[in-house]
Write a new protein. Structure first.
Length: 199
């Protein structure tokens, strides 16, 4: 279903209802996961009909991506003047955000797999996650410009290694990652960074 274009004649959308639809989606995904989510259930919890949902979202993937975007946030772009501290702030934001009690309670079991559904992830990547990645790349590029890290570094690999540490160790294994472990890992990555590989 095509999204309405600006200027389309019709009743203005009720933003309060949109918020209720998104909140209902978040709750239902955390309660039962992506597979169990239905438009009918969302409509019932939000107190609306299914047509009201389809006027706003083309399908389940777009609805879940929009709902996830209300929970996930871009975060600040740190600038301490040095690469190590900037990367520390960048990863600690992700760690601390994932440590929220509500996300700990249900997010790992139900919410996290929903984010990685192919259709949902593609939409989230375009709308939010790629911007978060761009922040990390900018941090590393500033470090290159200051001569703090090898200019042949592969920023994507550095960021994936740090994200993997948070995602797997903390979000999946539920082992807290203290700041000093991040700092030690970042120091090692700065001293011996993964480099770009020529095909």
């Amino acid at each position: 279903m095509k999204a309405k274009q600006p200027g389309t004649i019709g009743r203005p959308q009720d933003e309060g209802l949109t918020d209720r639809i998104l909140a209902a989606t978040v709750q239902l995904v955390l309660d039962g996961g992506y597979a169990a989510l239905s438009m009918e259930a969302v409509a019932q919890v939000a107190g609306c009909g299914r047509p009201a949902i389809y006027r706003r979202f083309s399908g389940k993937d777009e609805l879940v991506a929009a709902a996830a975007a209300t929970v996930l946030h871009l975060g600040p772009l740190p600038d301490h003047g040095n690469l190590e501290d900037d990367l520390i702030d960048h990863v600690l934001y992700s760690r601390d955000y994932q440590n929220q009690p509500r996300l700990i309670r249900a997010g790992v079991v139900q919410g996290l797999p929903a984010i990685f559904e192919p259709g949902v992830f593609a939409l989230l990547w375009d709308r939010l996650l790629s911007k978060r990645r761009d922040q990390g790349v900018e941090i590393i590029e500033r470090g290159i410009a200051r001569g703090e890290i090898d200019p042949l570094v592969d920023p994507d690999v550095v960021l994936d290694l740090l994200a993997g540490l948070t995602l797997y160790r903390q979000s999946i294994k539920r082992i807290d990652v203290p700041e000093q472990q991040y700092r030690t890992a970042i120091q090692a990555l700065i001293a011996h960074p993964p480099l770009m590989v020529t095909p």
